[in-house]
Design a binder for this molecule. Structure first.
Ligand SMILES: Cc1cc2nc3c(=O)[nH]c(=O)nc-3n(C[C@H](O)[C@H](O)[C@H](O)COP(=O)(O)OP(=O)(O)OC[C@H]3O[C@@H](n4cnc5c(N)ncnc54)[C@H](O)[C@@H]3O)c2cc1C
Length: 364
């Protein structure tokens, strides 16, 4: 490090890596500090689906993110040309009917198509024969770490510096990194579930909490084309305590990611893997005969109202927050990063108040 960076970023997940790209390409000198590895957190261990967030406030972030992903081909990430489609499934038809009504009234662009019991299995033979479903026009399956690795490569190509294996904390006028003071013109905290504690080490300001997910990777003999998701994610995400696992299966490059849990504390992933496997086999019977290839766990950065925190950090000068995407960070993170990059660069975007970090109160 020869001269102080204009901007220091904490966290090399999808948000931090995209931010580093946008800022460096705009001519800022950028230092990205990561304590572990690029995509070491949820950005490398997610289910790998880029999908409509089903919240009108988040929709423009999703649309813009898809456009950013189209620009990553030169850095090794290809978004499929068309969404593969998302099949919502449930063991009870009533739950699907409620979901269908909500989606049809709120999101006509998803072209929700009801499927009577047995129809989903005709579309996707991997599914249990009598399940009902709803088909949605969304869902690009991608390798879980693909976009984050590509943004990291793009940031480096644009001149950003990456410091791996270094734990950062806020310090007056910059960062403290392993006992060393690193001055910076501005700091962005993009540290996923660990963001709140970096902004307020006293523990009083805690708008972002971890929500742990365990995923199992399998290689099915006949992998499906659609992504599958059991209805009920909103209810499960809203539960403060331990929630039951919710089935999802996303296939990219022959590997299927079978999920997932939504737990407030770090779980014993090895113990939960057989539970997920058995739950998944109710929807995809071939899972019962398909060995688990690997198991991964990580925490979603879930905000108290389910929407990200993008903007100035309360209680600090020159510090910004970009985090809190919960279950949707791969689908929204790059557009959020663009919004925060513009703010840091003084371009003053029309920031939605729905994302203002100050909505969760100030820090004394
Ligand atoms: C099981 C599971 C499945 C998911 N599936 C999907 C999906 O299919 N589609 C989708 O859109 N989203 C999905 N998500 C959500 C998505 O993965 C997250 O919202 C997103 O990856 C968060 O990105 P981030 O950059 O904010 O944080 P993270 O990826 O958590 O990155 C933060 C980084 O900050 C680093 N860090 C933290 N503290 C410090 C420090 N003090 N110093 C230095 N570095 C630090 C961490 O090591 C980490 O690398 C899923 C999440 C989980 C858990």
């Amino acid at each position: 490090m020869t001269s102080p960076p204009d901007v220091a970023i904490i966290g090399a997940g999808i948000v931090g890596c995209a931010l580093a790209s946008f800022l460096a390409e705009a001519g800022a000198s950028v230092l990205l500090v990561e304590r572990d590895a690029v995509a070491a957190g949820a950005s490398g261990r997610n289910s790998g689906i880029v999908q409509h967030p089903m919240d009108p406030v988040l929709l423009s972030l999703f649309t813009e993110t898809v456009a950013h992903y189209r620009d990553l081909a030169a850095h090794g990430f290809e978004l499929p040309a068309e969404p593969q489609g998302l099949l919502l499934v449930a063991e009870e038809e009533q739950a699907l009917a409620r979901e269908l009504a909500t989606i049809r009234s709120g999101y006509p662009e998803l072209a929700a198509e009801p499927l009577a019991p047995g129809e989903p299995a005709r579309l996707e033979p991997a599914l249990a024969p009598d399940l009902p479903g709803v088909r949605l026009h969304t869902g690009y399956a991608v390798p879980p770490a693909g976009a984050t690795a590509a943004f990291a490569a793009r940031a480096l190509a644009a001149g950003a510096r990456l410091r791996i294996g270094a734990t950062a904390a806020l310090a007056p006028g910059g960062l403290a990194v392993g006992g060393e003071h690193v001055p910076a013109g501005a700091v962005v905290v993009a540290a996923g579930p660990w963001t709140s504690e970096l902004i307020d080490p006293t523990g009083r300001w805690r708008p972002i909490a971890p929500r742990w997910g365990v995923n199992v990777e399998v290689r099915l003999a006949e992998p499906p084309r659609h992504a599958f998701e059991e209805v009920g994610i909103d209810e499960v995400v809203a539960q403060a305590g331990d929630a039951p696992p919710l089935f999802s299966l996303v296939t990219a490059g022959g590997a299927s990611s079978l999920g997932s849990t939504f737990l407030p504390a770090q779980p014993d992933a090895a113990a939960l893997a057989p539970v997920l496997h058995a739950h998944g086999a109710r929807f995809v019977p071939a899972l019962a005969d398909t060995p688990i290839a690997s198991v991964r766990a990580c925490a979603r950065p879930l905000s108290s109202d389910g929407r990200p925190l993008l903007g100035r950090a309360p209680g600090h000068d020159g510090v910004y927050v970009a985090s809190g995407h919960g279950p949707w960070g791969i689908s929204l993170g790059p557009a959020s990063a663009r919004v925060v990059a513009d703010l840091v660069l003084g371009r003053e975007p029309a920031l939605s108040r729905a994302f203002d970090p100050a909505r969760f109160g100030s820090i004394a």
